[in-house]
Write a protein that binds this ligand. Sequence first.
Ligand code: SD4
Length: 334
Amino acid sequence: MSDLKRRTFFKLGLAGAALSIFKPSRAGELLEESTMRVQRSEPIVISTWKHGLEANDEAWKVISSGGAALDAVENGVKVTEADITNRSVGIGGRPDSDGHVTLDACIMDHNSKCGAVACLEGIDHPISVARKVMEETPHVMLVGDGAREFALEKGFNKTKTPLKEVKKDWKDWKKEEKDKLKNPIINHENHDTIGMLALDTNGNLSGSCTTSGWGYKLPGRVGDSPIIGAGLFVDNEIGAACATGMGEAVIRIAGSHTVVELMRQGNSPQKACEIAVERIIEKHDDLMGLQVGFLALDKFGNVGAHSVYYGFNYAAHTEDGNNLIDASFDRNWD
Ligand code: SD4
C-alpha cells in the first residue's frame, strides 16, 4: 500500500470522524465527494488463511483485467470450494456430529445486494448458489432442503458427501469422542473458512465467505459465515470486512458490520479490526480456544487484520504480487 494512499485515508478518516460527532449524515457524503476524485482504483484482493493465495490468483485474473469485484470474489473462493483436500471449506469439509456435511456461504456486492445459503448439503459450489439467491430471488438467505432444492433447480451438480476419507475420520472421532457429541468443544485447528474481499478498478467493493463450519458441530448449527453483517459485510461507500474463527462469537457482536461501522467513524481498517476483537474479548469470560480473526479493506485499498490469538494470516494480492501476511493478535495460545 502506498504511503500516499494511507495518508489520504488518514486525513479523510479524521475528517469523517470529526464530522460524525457533529453531524453524522455528513460523514458518508464527505467520503463520497472525496472518492469521486479517484477515477480509477488500484485493484486489490485479500482473503483469509494460506489457501487464500490460490484463491487470490483466480480472483486477480478477473480484477486485473478490469472485471468486477463481484466476479472476482465468486471465482476466487470457488477454487477453495473445489479443493477436496480442504477440510473446512466445500465438499471436502468435515461433517456435523451426525455425519452430514452442511455448507454455509454468502456474497455481497457494491450495491449492498447480498445472497446466502446455510446448511446446504451435497452441492459443490455454495458460493455460486448464494449468488443465484441474490440475483434470481427476492430473498437473501435459503437454508437446508430449500436451499438444496433451489440449487438443483438452477442446475447445480449433486455431490456425495462426506468423502470416503472424511467419513472415516468422522467415524474415528465418534468412537473416541462419544461424550462430546452433545457438547462439542471448539477446536481451533478446524478453523479455515475462506473470506475474500476485493476492490476493482472501478472502485467497487465486493466480498464472499464460504465454509463447512465447525467440524462435528451439532446438526443444524449455522455459524457466522453465511450471515450478512457477521461473517461478511460490504458498504461500498466505506469498506468491507469478513471474519473467520468461532462463528458464535462473531455473531454476538455482528462482527463484520461492526468493523465496517468502525471504519465509517474514521478508524483505519487495522484499528477497526482491533476494536472489534477487543469487543469480543470483553464479551466473553472464557476465551479458551476462542479464536476469531477479522480482515478489512477500505474504499482506498488499505488493509487491516487482527485476531484474538496468534496464528491468523491472510493473503493479499496487489499489482506487486500475492503475499501471505501474518495478522497482528491480542494473545498467545499459552
Ligand atoms: C464458523 N466461522 O462456522 C466459521 C468457521 C471458521 O475458520 O471461520 N473457520 O463458525
